[in-house]
Design a protein around this ligand. Structure first.
Ligand SMILES: Nc1ncnc2c1ncn2[C@@H]1O[C@H](COP(=O)(O)OP(=O)(O)OP(=O)(O)O)[C@@H](O)[C@H]1O
Length: 267
């Protein structure tokens, strides 16, 4: 029995002026998996995930979420559907608290009259929710949920960004280079968080240049080259150096029947 992909992109094209960033590319994300997207600088990795979440609009092609065609015109629309994004450049407000950052743009109002008429925020409920989520992901090493994000370490900040995505994602999470700015210990914690999120059943698209990280957490590796999906490989069956050679064009991709176009369980 075949499993329906969460995301299915077919023939996606994105041009920026004369540059064709995505050139008739396909894309598939399946339930429960970490799909890594690797590729050289400028291969079109960010552009394809931006097209999926509505940060840019594709010029051609079709994107379906759980089998239904979507045409997001902004990432906010994707967010409303339960798609969360963790960016390389942290999209947190440094002077706001952890709790405020987690709820930015989707604050909880007090129940009843005070919330509906006076629009009063339910600070207690938001703090409790933020504390519960951080505890669930083992991140409650931070001293207070009301601590400003600027007082946290890089790893703790990235932890808050991942916790926020995990707390609100209902469909999937896109992570664009989540460990790029982090040290060894902090990267390790974020990789563990990725595994925690997957074990909760939320699939992840992970863009990364860090091959050891990719090979540690990915179930499948989408290799992007010159704006196209060049191959999809099983990291358990290919060496890191061969994946890089395919990515740079030094080696041909494996024949299609040897690729991992669907997860092993769904094949
Ligand atoms: N806003 C933009 N305007 C013009 N060209 C762009 C824009 N965004 C991306 N491009 C171009 O599109 C191509 C693909 O870029 P993209 O950022 O998607 O690649 P990438 O694989 O994510 O690269 P990197 O690993 O360097 O982040 C590049 O040639 C880039 O210069």
């Amino acid at each position: 029995m075949s499993v329906q992909p969460i995301v299915q992109g077919r023939g996606i094209v994105k041009r920026y002026g004369h540059v064709t960033a995505i050139d008739h590319s396909d894309f598939d994300l399946y339930p429960g998996e970490v799909l890594a997207v690797i590729g050289d600088n400028g291969a079109g990795k960010s552009s394809i995930v931006k097209a999926i979440c509505g940060a840019v609009q594709a010029d051609e092609g079709e994107i379906k979420i759980e089998g239904k065609p979507v045409h997001f015109t902004s990432p906010l629309q994707a967010r409303e559907m339960g798609i969360e994004i963790v960016y390389q450049q942290l999209a947190l407000s440094p002077s706001l608290s952890i709790a405020d950052n987690m709820f930015a743009g989707r604050e909880l109002r007090k129940p009843g009259f005070m919330g509906t008429v006076f629009r009063q925020l339910d600070k207690k409920a938001m703090e409790k929710f933020a504390r519960d989520k951080l505890t669930e992901l083992g991140l409650m090493t931070v001293q207070s949920i009301n601590q400003a994000v600027e007082t946290l370490s890089g790893g703790q900040r990235q932890g808050v960004a991942v916790a926020r995505a995990a707390a609100f994602a209902r469909k999937f999470i896109i992570m664009d280079e989540p460990t790029a700015a982090l040290g060894v210990k902090e990267s390790r914690r974020v990789l563990e968080l990725i595994q925690d999120v997957r074990s909760k059943g939320i699939p992840i698209i992970l863009i990364s240049h860090n091959m050891p990280h990719v090979f540690e957490v990915a179930d499948r590796v989408h290799i992007h080259r010159l704006g196209k999906r060049h191959a999809v490989v099983d990291p358990a069956k290919i060496s890191m150096s061969d994946a890089v050679a395919i990515m740079t064009g030094a080696m041909d991709p494996p024949p299609i029947e040897e690729q991992q176009l669907t997860p092993k369980a769904a094949a």
